[in-house]
Design a protein around this ligand. Structure first.
Ligand SMILES: C=C1C[C@]23C[C@H]1CC[C@H]2[C@]1(C)CCC[C@@](C)(C(=O)O)[C@H]1[C@@H]3C(=O)O
Ligand SMILES: O=C(O)CCC(=O)C(=O)O
Ligand SMILES: [Fe+2]
Length: 359
């Protein structure tokens, strides 16, 4: 099935969803309450107040060592930008199918529009439409250029708003990298910030239509993001869930807050000290849900290895082999579907193929 075959305008009114969208029982066990997350106020840290920086870093450390998720507020985004970006995502996904297909993801590429991931998978399809954009350091306006070149100048506001949103996210990621380094107690608190100064990113808009059988389907299946850290803006509809304390728990939407997740690549960079967040997105019968997700990635050829101080002392050992983001990303895009054992399976695959050129 291609993205043009999946039409959620029809699917969302079907009492019995197609079997391709039905997930195994184990993946759809209901959430058991709300996850109590630290709400990290970044204002003091961003102003250079050391006492508030240490408070923020301590809260980040505790959350990342437990389940890899925390909320940030007073993150410095221009007033109204987050709301405008969510509205713009609705503007895009409510375009006609023909217009959205002008941006359709070409197999083998990252950027583009998809529906249900039907062009990649034949079962456990996602109950969502997505718009994904690969951000490289150049050209600097890559988001706006990609969208406007395909949608036309009369839709240029879509590219402009998402470009501004991604630029703000890029800046926030570097601040968060410094805070993560402080939380880790690194001698050089800028280690991670400097590691990602020349990094890239993937921006994804998720649009989750209502579903008549939300107990059988999933907006996004259970997974750890393979990337470094993820900053996620969700709208006011409940849907994001994190597996913590041995059960699925709801990350309740909070106005003004962004969700920050540790991903596999950062777990490796922390030598396993910070946990990659195991999460999923559920859907509901009544409302569309939207999320805008910014995945930070290192420059593709940089070797992912933790700071030496995290691998010292007789107990300390490397938890994961050296690898590059290019290798891990290719692994997730060529047959292996991201889940919560991606890094483990990738490490085994890399080690057993170490004699072959895998870069
Ligand atoms: C490198 C990536 C692969 C995915 C997009 C980015 C970071 C998150 C990954 C993903 C969202 C995790 C869940 C499964 C997935 C297939 C999806 O539902 O989109 C993943 C993305 C992908 O493989 O395109
Ligand atoms: O929509 C959400 O809340 C989660 C989406 C997600 O995990 C992803 O896109 O990787
Ligand atoms: Fe995710």
């Amino acid at each position: 099935m291609s993205s043009s075959d999946v039409n959620f305008s029809l699917l969302q009114s079907q009492t019995n969803v197609p079997v391709e969208f039905v997930w195994p029982e184990k993946d759809v066990t209901p959430s058991e309450g709300d996850l109590d997350l630290p709400i990290v106020d970044l204002s003091g840290f961003l102003k250079g107040n050391e006492a508030e920086t240490q408070l923020a870093a301590k809260a980040v450390r505790e959350a990342c060592m437990a389940h890899g998720t925390f909320l940030v507020v007073n993150h410095g985004f221009k007033s109204g930008l987050a709301e405008k970006a969510l509205e713009t995502s609705s503007l895009f996904f409510e375009l006609s199918k023909d217009e959205k297909l002008k941006v359709c993801r070409i197999p083998g590429n990252i950027s583009g529009y998809t529906a249900g991931h039907s062009q990649r998978f034949s079962s456990n399809l996602s109950w969502n439409e997505t718009l994904t954009l690969a951000l490289k350091k150049s050209p600097p306006q890559v988001v706006e250029e990609f969208l406007t070149s395909r949608l036309g100048n009369d839709r240029q506001e879509i590219g402009q708003v998402f470009q501004e949103f991604c630029d703000a996210m890029n800046g926030l990621v570097l601040e968060l990298m410094e805070l993560l380094g402080i939380g880790m107690g690194l001698k050089d608190r800028t280690y991670y910030r400097r590691f990602f100064e020349d990094g890239n990113a993937i921006f994804r808009c998720n649009y989750y239509p209502p579903c008549k059988q939300p107990d059988k389907t999933l907006g996004v299946g259970p997974h750890n993001d393979p990337t470094a850290i993820t900053v996620l803006l969700q709208d006011d509809v409940v849907g994001l869930e994190v597996f913590a304390g041995g059960r699925w728990q709801t990350v309740r939407p909070r106005p003004g807050a962004l969700v920050v997740n540790v991903g596999d690549t950062f777990m490796a960079l922390s030598n396993g000290n910070y946990k990659s967040c195991y999460h999923r997105a559920v859907v509901n019968m009544e409302k569309v849900r939207r999320s805008l997700v910014f995945f930070s990635c290192p420059r593709e050829d940089k070797v992912i290895e933790p700071p030496p101080e995290l691998v010292e002392g007789e107990e300390a050992t490397r938890k994961y082999p050296d690898f590059t983001w290019a290798q891990l990303h290719r692994f997730t895009q060529s047959g292996y579907r991201v889940d919560n054992t991606t890094l483990h399976n990738f490490s085994s695959w890399l080690t057993s193929n170490s004699d072959k050129k895998t870069s």
